[in-house]
Design a protein around this ligand. Structure first.
Ligand code: PEP
Ligand code: MG
Length: 501
């Protein structure tokens, strides 16, 4: 039987047996002192589990640190203790009540960043409750396709080596689980209805289908196709005249960028490293980080985007403004120090500096002048200086940006501004605006060709198969995607070459 995928959160093609996640058992109430001790023990266990996970999962450090902070928050412990004492309830009831209140507060926030933190908190709550229930995590020996109503990142992290794919009834494209699945290359889809434990299913995101109880023919076809896909294993195929670029958010992604054969980094989201501390990084600290990146990339392009804060990206130590240049004008030292650190790290001369959320030529030239001034004063290598094209204003006046060495299209913000597409919307909404977007982007391609400006796309649409093929078709040669999307890039490139022939 074929079920249509309602939404693809992470692409892939797999076949395996279904495992359904079982709900945790219900807890009974004991004496108040016992419940408090039990809660404290569950907190300790949870922290130990996270510490262990951190050791073995280098690329999950940030996410796990957030969990650690939430679990060790003294106000959580204080409130749960007092809830148990005052209401004479079980530790489980108390922690559920207290955390529900925290989560409610976050969910009501207008910031999508804070809204997402409520999902992290649900995950934390699950871990604590599991430890209260003393549920021992059972390691599955056979890889399986997981079916669950909702999935929390901690389960995924603990079981990722056995999970072939995930089917869920609810889930958002920018949820942490979806982001982790894309980075781990695990297909993740939203589908209606239930699935039977141990039944065989095929997930095929290209066709938008989940096949339950496949026929012998379908199983054979799937095996052949999977073998074919294997030839597109995580290594860039030859792609002359095109650039396969990677989006990275920390130096942890770097090894994969090189292993998979990317031509360089098309978008380094520097604000992500700023989010890891409770104070701004000094110029020297930043320099060390950027230098490590540049050295590891061994002369390949490294495009650092100057910190892009505001809206959903807030820093605890910085007053931020609407995303864009105001953040630099109001925090000039941070901007100057960042540019100085990037320029100093430009040892091979292949560094690009890219400004986000540019609205006008004046803004671009103002920032460019700063970069040139710092470069000249210190006799650093000359970087390429470019901008993201992600505002309505810049798109409308694209012909004014002939001073940019390169332009990278940020489809996430651009589609938000043009079509009110939020980051939580599914890519299925793409049908309603994509044709219009392509018409607009064709003009950008022409302008860049006429002015010899290197053009790329670095928003999430670059890793959506149909969108990526369309970008190739209108003449965009450079796509910048999460490292795990290398297989998608290979397939898109291959398909585009066949269409051309
Ligand atoms: C974009 O807007 O498409 C983009 C790549 O930038 P951000 O970091 O805001 O997603
Ligand atoms: Mg953006």
């Amino acid at each position: 039987m074929k079920k249509e995928i309602i939404e693809t959160l992470s692409n892939g093609y797999v076949m395996g047996k279904i495992k359904c996640i079982v709900e945790s058992k219900v807890e009974t109430k004991n004496t108040t002192v016992f419940e408090i001790e039990k809660f404290d023990l569950a907190i300790k266990k949870s922290l130990l589990q996270i510490a262990k996970l951190k050791e073995s999962n280098q690329n999950m450090q940030d996410y796990l640190s957030i969990q650690e902070l939430m679990i060790s928050d003294p106000s959580l412990t204080k409130q749960v203790h007092s809830f148990i004492e005052v209401n004479n309830v079980s530790a489980k009831d108390a922690v559920c009540e207290v955390m529900a209140e925290f989560m409610d507060g976050l969910k009501k926030s207008s910031s999508s960043y804070l809204k997402e933190r409520s999902t992290d908190m649900e995950d934390v709550l699950n871990r604590i409750v599991e430890n209260l229930n003393d549920v021992v995590e059972k390691k599955e020996s056979e890889p399986y396709i997981l079916f669950t109503k909702t999935l929390y990142p901690s389960y995924l992290i603990a079981n990722m080596h056995n999970i072939l794919g995930i089917i869920t009834n609810y889930g958002g494209y920018t949820s942490h689980t979806a982001i982790l699945c894309r980075s781990l290359d695990i297909p993740f889809v939203v589908c209606d209805g239930d699935f039977v434990e141990n039944s065989l299913v095929i997930i095929d995101t290209r066709k938008g289908l989940v096949i339950t109880d496949p026929s012998e023919d379908e199983v054979t076809r799937c095996r052949i196709n999977m073998e074919k896909r294997g030839s597109f294993e995580k290594k860039a195929i030859a792609h002359p005249g095109f650039m396969f670029l990677a989006n990275v958010s920390s130096n942890l992604d770097l090894s994969r960028v090189l292993d998979y054969g990317f031509d360089g980094i098309g978008l380094y989201r520097t604000e992500m490293i700023f989010m890891n501390t409770h104070r701004p990084y000094s110029m020297n600290e930043q320099y060390e980080i950027y230098l490590e990146t540049v050295q590891k990339m061994q002369g390949k392009i490294v495009c650092f985007r100057t910190f892009d804060v505001g809206d959903d990206k807030q820093l605890p130590y910085l007053k931020t403004f609407k995303k864009g240049i105001d953040n630099y004008k109001n925090n000039p030292i941070l901007f100057i120090e960042q540019v100085s650190a990037i320029l100093k790290a430009n040892i091979y001369g292949n560094v690009r500096i890219m400004f986000p959320m540019i609205e006008s030529k004046e803004e671009f030239l103002y920032l460019k002048r700063w970069v040139l001034k710092i470069r000249e004063e210190n006799q650093y290598n000359m970087p390429k200086i470019g901008m993201m094209l992600e505002t309505k204003e810049a798109l409308e006046h694209i012909e004014e940006f002939s001073d940019a060495d390169f332009i990278s299209i940020g489809t996430n913000d651009l589609t938000n501004q043009l079509y009110q597409i939020s980051r939580d919307d599914g890519i299925d909404r793409m049908d309603s605006y994509f044709a219009d977007l392509l018409v607009k982007l064709k003009k950008v391609v022409k302008f860049c060709d006429d002015n010899n400006i290197c053009l790329s796309v670095c928003g999430e649409l670059a890793s959506v198969t149909n969108a990526a093929i369309s970008f190739y078709k209108i003449g965009i040669r450079n796509l910048s995607v999460a490292p795990s999307a290398i297989r998608m890039l290979n397939m898109v490139y291959d398909e585009y070459q066949k269409i051309k022939e």
